[in-house]
Ligand binder design. Structure first.
Ligand code: ZN
Length: 199
């Protein structure tokens, strides 16, 4: 039985879909928002609407941006010839927090998965090939997670790139098995990047 008005219940249901929030925490968060309607809820709603309206995937790398081409791809200083391939935008953010990588990225949007029927076309692998051909790329650094699907994807990409003449490397695995980039501290990412090896 619902205790809150229907629109507030709907808000709670939507909030409960967020990672880390179940129905209980969602209810608490919504209560807090309702108590701070002016200071927190109104600005939050405004910024959310703005971001929802403007956010898009960068045409080249798949990074989330409010422009058609993201800041990293627009920055000429980052045209180092290195492209770091990551599964998800969260991994890109993690790499950026480490301040160790000066090149550009390519966000796949997931990993190959037979179980979930994710093939190369579902990921941004064809776009990666186009970029390697068109952007003077010398090295592709695979920064995929050490999961089975992550490694399957890494091998597939290395195979696809084999005849392009580009060097394929991967992050050194000081990364714990099954460890995801997003959970690593910034120093570890930097060390794994410096110690990268031929894939
Ligand atoms: Zn971009």
């Amino acid at each position: 039985m619902s205790q809150a008005p229907r629109d507030i219940e709907q808000l709670i249901d939507l909030m409960a879909r967020l990672p880390g929030l179940g129905p209980r925490s969602a209810r608490r968060a919504v209560l807090m928002l309702l108590k701070k309607r002016g200071a927190v809820m109104a600005p939050l709603a405004r910024v959310m609407a703005e971001v929802a309206e403007n956010a898009r995937d960068c045409r080249f790398c798949g990074n989330i941006s409010s422009a058609e081409i993201c800041e990293i791809c627009s920055d000429e200083r980052r045209a180092t010839g290195e492209i770091c391939v990551v599964e998800d935008v969260a991994d890109l953010w993690a790499m950026e927090r480490g301040h160790a990588f000066k090149g550009r990225y390519h966000v796949l949007g997931g990993t190959l998965s037979a179980l979930d029927a994710v093939g190369p076309e579902e990921l941004r692998i064809p776009v990666l090939l186009d970029r390697v051909r068109e952007e003077n790329v010398t090295e592709v650094i695979l920064a995929l997670n050490a999961t089975v699907d992550g490694q399957t994807t890494a091998h597939y990409i290395a195979e696809v790139l084999e005849n392009t003449g580009v060097q394929v490397t991967s992050l050194a695995q000081g990364v714990p098995i099954g460890g995801e980039l997003d959970y690593l501290d910034d120093g570890t990412i930097g060390a794994a990047l410096r110690a990268r090896r031929r894939f």
